[in-house]
Design a protein around this ligand. Sequence first.
Ligand code: NAD
Ligand code: IPM
Ligand code: MN
Length: 361
Amino acid sequence: MTKKILILPGDGIGPEIVAEAVKLLDCLRTDFGLAIETEEALVGGAAYDAAGHPLPDQTLALAKTADAVLLGAVGGPKWEPLEIALRPEKGLLGLRSGLGLFANLRPAILYPQLAEASTLKPEVVAGLDIMIVRELTGGIYFGEPRGVETLANGERRGLNSLVYTESEIERICRVAFEIAQKRGRRVCSVDKANVLECTELWREVATRVAGDYPDCELSHMYVDNAAMQLVRAPKQFDVMVTTNMFGDILSDAAAMLTGSIGMLPSASLNADGQGMYEPIHGSAPDIAGQDAANPLATLLSVAMMLRYSLGEPDHADRIEAAVSAVLERGLRTKDIAAPGASAVGTRAMGDAVVDALRAAS
Ligand code: NAD
Ligand code: IPM
Ligand code: MN
């Protein structure tokens, strides 16, 4: 059966990197017989400009009926003056909550060819392979009450609430353990249980869930220490599981271990295995429109889509091998090139990966 993929380019570098992913999907369709059809829709600032809302009803409806969604990135300075409810980022958050995508997988893997691209010493990052499991539809991003209110004395007060139910914690911890069972069997749950009651509950539930996975080892770490340990000795980690906001922050830090934020893909999954796939980086307004963005995180997100939503692990392996082959040849976008070395553009990098894929057919 032909699978439907919804393409959401978004803003800034979003359309540039997604165009490379579409080339890759076209190649899989024409040269490898992958039965897919793609449709494009608006999200983020582009949707606000065209339709007055960052997540038009039609986009959410299309996302719900698609087998998988591929998103570029949203946001940019142009839309910062808007009220929060209309900002591009709300479009992304609306997709996550509207589709129930509670499990966000962010693998930080160092391609050996990029050991020198990391700002850390090669021996600290060589062989790095961490899976960050980030809770994506709860926590402080969605907790109530929230907002800015005016107090009796006329002063304003801003507030957001960190809220998790036991069942929300339990299901994300189960995802982490199930992934750990297929790799190093070690889960590190990251919290701030020494200060925040909500994450004290998180720790308690994680410990209870661990009882169902006796083949895995659970450890706990406070988030401030985890940030430090990620930079000090990142290879101590196998699977990390954490809250929405801690996962957002730790995954950007982990991205730098792999050479660049332009290398980190992600999968956001719901209970039915339906998924949205996107690079973890943003719309990079500072380099948008310059053919300078690294498209590899997006191409690797396509690989995750093939593996997790489309049941095509062989195609996923092929894409990852093609990325590896291109890096082996020395091709680098600016973010992963050595200082002063020549770099290729977004399109040339995308073309090279497609060529490598074709060459392997
Ligand atoms: P960012 O990730 O967009 O950029 C941070 C830095 O990384 C910039 O210097 C940028 O040039 C660089 N960078 C990011 N992706 C790159 C790539 N593929 N290749 C090379 N360099 C890359 O984060 P920011 O600057 O904090 O945010 C910019 C906008 O993006 C904001 O509006 C923010 O809300 C939004 N954002 C969106 C997403 C998303 O759509 N998933 C994620 C993060 C930020
Ligand atoms: C990410 C982004 C988003 C987040 C923003 C744009 C809503 O930073 O996907 O990591 O905070 O989750
Ligand atoms: Mn982020």
